[in-house]
Design a protein around this ligand. Sequence first.
Ligand code: FAD
Length: 470
Amino acid sequence: MNSQSVGNRRHHVVVIGSGFGGLFGTKHLRRADVDVTLISKTSTHLFQPLLYQVATGILSTGEIAPATRLVLRNQKNAQVLMGEVVDVDLANQTVTSRLLNMDTVTHYDSLIVATGAQQSYFGNDQFATFAPGMKTIDDALELRARILGAFEQAELAKTQEERDRLLTFVVVGAGPTGVELAGQIAELADRTLEGTFRNIDPRDARVILLEGAGAVLGPMGPKLGGKAAKRLTKMGVEIQLNAMVTDVDAYGVVVKDADGSTRRIESACKVWSAGVQASPLGKMIAERSDGTQVDRAGRVIVEPDLTVKGHPNVFVVGDLMSVPDVPGQAQGAIQGSTYAAKAIKAGLKGQKPEERKPFKYFNKGSMATISRFDAVCQIGKIEFSGFLAWLAWLGLHLYYLVGYRSRIVTVIGWFVSFLGRNRGQMAATEQWVFARLAVEAVNADDQDADQLAAALGVPRRAPKQLGGAG
Ligand SMILES: Cc1cc2nc3c(=O)[nH]c(=O)nc-3n(C[C@H](O)[C@H](O)[C@H](O)COP(=O)(O)OP(=O)(O)OC[C@H]3O[C@@H](n4cnc5c(N)ncnc54)[C@H](O)[C@@H]3O)c2cc1C
């Protein structure tokens, strides 16, 4: 690794992504004798674990997604660039990022790639049109508008059949996100919206949690999974296990059960929280390295020091890295990027890449909330649930939220929602439901999209395939 200053220029670290990996890696370098450029396609540091609370009206986007630029204001060695990285040239040590039609090429001495993962529809990307995932602020706002919009339409429905469809909410995937979302939709219907409509009773809403495997919260084990399932059932959530979703359209989902039979659930509002696929940048970097591979989810099978083969100055961290026994969780990203930043600093002091100690993950446990005052929590071999677990969840999430303002406003939001019945963020607009599809249409690769973009007066993006920059 070229770890010395070049001429009178300082060692330049480029960090891609402003999630847990990108932000914590950058912050860890604040006192190092380096310049850091953080490039991200989003302008904020998104705290994904609380996205479901934005989707269900508890928190606003500001609380969970402060502007990265503001967070790093006082870190004088850091610059923030907005843009989607479309090319990484490992041979020439450059990164090309794109903001609308503007391409920017940035040279690096060391690179930390933390572009995370996106929703996976297991090869059925067409499902996304009708069942958005839960990965971005846009996803959460779209979901909020879809959830609240379904109640609004139900109030106006002409037939019972139509009303039933509109009041049926399907959450696909019973991992932490699915569990938290299902629980919150149920609480929203039962507590917040109760008594606010005249033609419907929101408490009639059905919340169905579909899981392809045989358990809720599978990775947390049968004890905690069982507790979560019991509590959800008590709240009225219908849990259907071994139920594979084979089709999704505007009006419902088709489910294949363990015995091979299929059935249809009529539902206006569907949410997909069933799988993840690593950012495509991982595959590109792996292919350009000296033999690094990706796993089935597209995550980079990194070396013990989190680098790619033949490029000890290129670190891949967070959800994009594949390291045995490291889950795709915030701690994996934080610890991975901190390790990379430390390795870069040690390099500046003369440490050779071959002298690096392998990355070691410290498992701090995992948790999921089910409802207000109820969560499940696993720390090492210790498992607990209920109010104590909920308090632990509360404290931990507050600790990791970035910024005092976010913490204070979040606590107020939680007070309003958990102690009272109201929720402070119940705004929703039609645009939030349809904007994603409109943006996709404008960026599609065809003549209609050209005309649509011209009519709207928006610049068309340059072709988006990775590696095609320049
Ligand atoms: C709904 C949800 C709930 C979760 N709950 C929990 C939880 O309770 N506990 C827990 O520990 N973990 C949880 N996780 C997982 C946790 O959020 C992730 O493991 C963590 O965010 C991974 O960090 P990362 O930095 O690798 O990626 P991310 O946080 O996803 O950040 C990726 C960054 O890269 C940027 N980016 C992507 N592609 C490009 C590109 N081509 N060019 C430039 N920038 C790019 C994105 O804009 C983003 O800023 C949850 C995740 C989700 C989605």
